[in-house]
Design a protein around this ligand. Structure first.
Ligand code: NAP
Length: 248
């Protein structure tokens, strides 16, 4: 029997890579999307294969509509898509609101919001039972910043994740009767390179004292939650915004 196909955007590093490796161990065929880091993406696929799983890496910039459309067409050649994790995202640097430019806002919203929505569009077109599909799961990567405001000089990032939350709630109403289950994750401080935007891991370790669990989280802790959401154990979870934030 053919393995279920899962597509994870932004899976060459960080949280996406961890989700990809865990999905590979759970008998999915894993499509590892990346924008720039081909060697890291190939490394993730190699780890999946070394652990007995299967997958491939496909380049596509999730800030470019034509790339997203091409990505899904390439996945179509592999078989039926079961699950999409729209994880690709950027902080977009630190900038005070008085200095922010349209170009910066367009880049962040282009990937974190428009790219995520276009990724969802392509997924729903394939999964919807009303359009001839057999259903599926869509997991959207938000952030605790959507409800805490994140940190100063990253208003653009917090606002983009607020949009992901609103989109998740509306999407759940739109596709719930199409055989598609939708949820968003709101990670807190997770140990990845995304924090290079504001000083890296040493800086977030300092902030850990403000986390009720007293520590930052790991990509693997987010990945475990994603795979639970994708499983039948979470069959009545729909339109939910799930915090993976150590209580932050
Ligand atoms: P990361 O370590 O910086 O990794 C980002 C990943 O996204 C990389 O694989 C990168 O691929 C990919 N990517 C970036 N721009 C892309 C684009 N335009 N198209 C396709 N892929 C792209 O980030 P992370 O911490 O794992 O974050 C993953 C998601 O979790 C993001 O949506 C982020 O907002 C969210 N999140 C993270 C945290 C945290 O504390 N880490 C907290 C809350 C939410 P390449 O390297 O190949 O370009």
């Amino acid at each position: 029997m053919q393995k279920k196909i899962i597509l994870i955007t932004g899976a060459s590093r960080g949280i996406g890579a961890s989700i990809a490796e865990l999905a590979g161990s759970k008998d999915y065929f894993v499509v590892v999307n990346y924008a720039k880091n081909i060697s890291e993406a190939n490394n993730v696929v190699a780890k999946i294969k070394a652990a007995g799983g299967d997958g491939c890496a496909i380049q596509a910039d999730c800030g470019i509509e034509a790339d997203i459309v091409r990505l899904f067409k390439e996945v179509d050649k592999l078989g039926k898509l079961d699950t999409v994790v729209a994880n690709a995202g950027i902080v977009g640097g630190e900038v005070h609101i008085t200095e922010v430019s349209t170009a910066q806002l367009s880049e962040v919203f282009g990937i974190n919001v428009i790219g995520l929505m276009l990724t969802t569009r392509e997924a729903v077109k394939r999964m919807s039972t009303k359009l001839g599909g057999t259903g599926g799961k869509i997991i959207l990567m938000s952030s605790a910043a959507s409800r805490t405001g994140g940190i100063a000089k990253e208003t653009h990032y917090a606002a983009s994740k607020g949009a992901v939350d609103s989109f998740t709630l509306a999407l759940a109403k739109e596709v719930g009767m199409d055989g598609i289950r939708v949820a968003a994750l709101r990670p807190g401080l997770i140990r990845t390179e995304i924090h290079n935007a504001h000083g890296g891991i040493p800086v977030i370790e300092k902030w850990a004292s403000g986390v009720p669990l007293g520590r930052v989280g790991t990509p693997s802790e987010v990945a475990q939650t994603v795979m639970w959401l994708c499983s039948d154990d979470a069959s009545y979870i729909h339109g939910a915004l799930i915090d993976v934030s150590g209580g932050r």
